[in-house]
Design a protein around this ligand. Structure first.
Ligand code: 5GP
Length: 218
């Protein structure tokens, strides 16, 4: 219920027929459906930008910590929208963007292991207001682990914005402060989110099919 109030719910069983959208030839046979069209991803992201800025009224400077690689597109769209809002509302705030990598997945199943790359030189996060920007939360283990590590640097505040949250029994209960959509179980790709480096360049968020999982397996 908490989740339903703070984001757009993509119900179980939903998804648009791929024939209704332009799909790159290389991916045409490997998608089950389009879950969230590109325009809706962007519209929702623009509202998140306003929500985030409204929640930090006294912050003069915000460090956006983009979780690579999947978060890069969402982060870029979000920061652009934040900058537009800051400018049009004449807010006195500067945004800095930093990058980290958290590797936790191999093929489509979580290994339960989280590999953190780039956190060793993040001591300049001390005392800062941080917004972690992530593509998708599944079990929540990755974010929980990342938060634990970032808090060791004693930031002033840490909040998280995730584009997607999967509804799954395997969730550890973690819910980000800012959330775009909740999606049904199933492996999603597109808008920066990859399957073994494929589909990152696909503009919509879609569900990969069985053939796709085989075709692009490593
Ligand atoms: P968690 O630790 O929350 O289970 O997993 C989070 C990470 O797993 C995400 O950052 C993402 O890299 C990966 N992940 C989880 N679900 C999906 C999915 O449906 N598609 C893709 N491409 N990655 C996913």
């Amino acid at each position: 219920d908490e989740i339903r109030k703070k984001c757009l719910v993509i119900p179980d069983g939903s998804g648009y027929d791929t024939s209704l959208f332009t799909i790159p030839v290389k991916y045409a046979d490997f998608l089950k459906s389009i879950l969230i069209p590109n325009g809706l991803v962007k519209d929702r992201t623009h509202k998140l930008a306003v929500d985030i800025l409204s929640s930090v009224p006294n912050t003069k400077s915000l460090v956006v910590l983009c979780v690579l690689k999947g978060g890069y597109k969402f982060c870029s769209e979000l920061v652009d929208a934040m900058e537009r809002y800051i400018c049009s509302c004449e807010i006195n705030m500067s945004i800095k963007v930093e990058f980290i990598r958290l590797k936790s997945y191999h093929n489509v199943s979580s290994t339960g292991e989280v590999e953190v790359i780039g956190l060793s030189n993040l001591s300049h996060l001390t005392g800062k207001d941080i917004l972690i920007v992530e593509d998708i939360i599944d079990t929540g283990k990755t974010m929980t682990k990342a938060l634990e590590l970032i808090k060791q640097y004693n930031p002033n505040s840490v909040q998280c914005a995730s584009l997607l949250l999967k509804r799954t029994d395997k969730s550890c209960g973690y819910v980000p402060e800012f959330l775009g959509f909740t999606v049904p179980e199933g492996f999603v790709v597109g808008f920066g989110i990859d399957y073994n480096e494929f589909f990152r360049d696909f503009p919509h968020i879609g569900v990969i099919n069985e053939e796709g999982i085989k075709q692009f397996a490593v």
